[in-house]
Ligand binder design. Structure first.
Ligand SMILES: Nc1ncnc2c1ncn2[C@@H]1O[C@H](COP(=O)(O)OP(=O)(O)OP(=O)(O)O)[C@@H](O)[C@H]1O
Ligand SMILES: [Mg+2]
Length: 387
């Protein structure tokens, strides 16, 4: 097992989660579609890719598509066909698929709206195009369709002209495919910014109500230490039991990603900076990590996805990161009241934001107190926005 800090892990670099994989695969195999709504960096993509690997071993057809860089519905359909081309079914559907591809290519962008090219022709043919695309799918053949970063595409579409209507009909189109009676196609979605927040905010939750949530958890202490040992073994690093314990205690919320960056930092400090390999190195590594870029995406995603509420989200997080024991809801209402004089608006913003920030893995609630889920993230936040 090699250390990887960033890209999804595959093959031997994927550690643990055996029971979860067995369970999730069984759910898929017994007719369920799954969504992994867990917060950032929990390991969703890696987990989903593992399910894709299992599906292939079981001779399922697989369509895997990352929506992160896709900015329009037209681009989505093109990518979808490209992925279908790689699948075993292509031989049979080739003719229909190529016809649709040609049709899409003929549709020329006719005007630009906020940098995004939109075609009038596309709008008029859209319904037919989606119908043709649906016709390419063989519901008799066991197929796993994996879509990563669904919310990113949805957010892109919603920000374009007629966004709400387009997102809603897009999600309804997919839902129709999923609930088709007797279909052997199964779907898995990942979304690092809660899909639930998105559909709830835009009041289109019904379009996803056939999907089962599956929450991936952080690693427990024993699994965390086992992973650290496995990484250390590969690097010939003498990571004592005390150091393993110190890492787990320090992180307290052990996402595999946090374990990986901690391990990598300790390795660097030992091998390059020549620090002694003892429990103190854990403190030095931790301090270094909270000053680095690893959590920038947590900051950026709020700016991108929380729209009008992003400023207020920052105000709350800035307050909460200074209170190690957590903050009461009433305190948070007071904090926002300093900026907004309308009590009803403040109340509703706090309710909505706490719901979203919990869903997205920033916060947790314990005994009516709201606090950062991860001390590492809290200390990063403090360093970046308060100090
Ligand atoms: N099972 C695992 N074994 C080892 N490392 C893992 C595992 N899962 C995740 N990681 C670590 O976490 C990092 C992020 O994994 P991944 O991209 O799968 O997470 P994600 O939840 O999809 O993240 P994002 O929310 O940013 O899309 C990996 O680069 C790796 O360091
Ligand atoms: Mg991912």
């Amino acid at each position: 097992m090699e250390s990887r800090t960033g890209t999804p892990v595959e093959g031997d670099n994927f550690f643990g989660r055996e029971k979860e994989l067995t369970y999730a695969w069984k759910r898929i195999n017994t007719g369920n579609n799954l969504i992994f709504p867990s917060p950032r960096r929990v390991g969703k993509t890696s987990f989903a890719l593992k399910l894709v690997e299992i599906a292939k071993q079981e001779n399922w057809q697989v369509i895997s598509i990352n929506l992160e860089k896709i900015t329009s519905e037209k681009a989505f359909i093109e990518s979808f066909i490209e992925e279908l081309k790689k699948s075993t079914a292509w031989g049979i559907i080739k003719e229909k698929g190529n016809k649709l591809f040609d049709l899409l290519k003929q549709i020329k962008p006719t005007y630009e709206h906020e940098g995004i090219k939109i075609s009038l022709e596309w709008q008029s043919q859209k319904e037919d195009i989606y119908k043709q695309l649906a016709d390419l799918l063989d519901h008799e053949k066991e197929t796993l369709i994996f879509m990563d970063e669904l919310t990113v595409l949805l957010s892109n579409i919603i920000n374009q002209e007629d966004g709400h209507r387009n997102v809603s009909s897009f999600l309804h189109w997919m839902r129709e495919l999923r609930i088709k009676s007797g279909s052997k196609i199964r779907w898995i979605f990942c979304s690092s910014v809660g899909i639930e927040n998105f559909t709830h905010t835009h009041r289109i939750s019904t379009t996803m109500n056939d999907m089962s949530d599956y929450f991936l958890k952080p690693f427990d202490n024993e699994t965390s230490k086992a992973m650290l040992r496995k990484l250390a073994e590969r690097d010939n690093l003498d990571l004592s039991f005390e150091i393993q314990e110190a890492i787990v205690q320090k992180l307290s919320f052990c996402l595999p990603y946090f374990l990986q960056i901690m391990f990598e930092k300790i390795t660097y400090l030992f091998k390059v900076e020549e620090l002694t390999l003892n429990t103190e190195i854990v403190e030095v590594a931790y301090k270094a990590l909270i000053n680095e870029k690893h959590f920038n995406t947590w900051d950026e995603r709020i700016q991108e996805q929380y729209a009008d509420l992003s400023n207020q989200a920052f105000v709350l997080l800035k307050h909460i990161c200074q209170e190690n024991q957590g903050s009461r809801r009433e305190n948070l209402i007071n904090v926002l009241s300093a900026q907004n004089q309308n009590p009803e608006e403040v109340e509703s913003a706090v309710t909505h934001l706490l719901y979203m920030l919990k869903n997205d893995g920033y916060l947790m609630e314990e005994n009516n107190l709201y606090l950062f889920r991860s001390p590492l993230l809290r200390d990063f936040w403090f360093n970046r926005f308060v100090k």
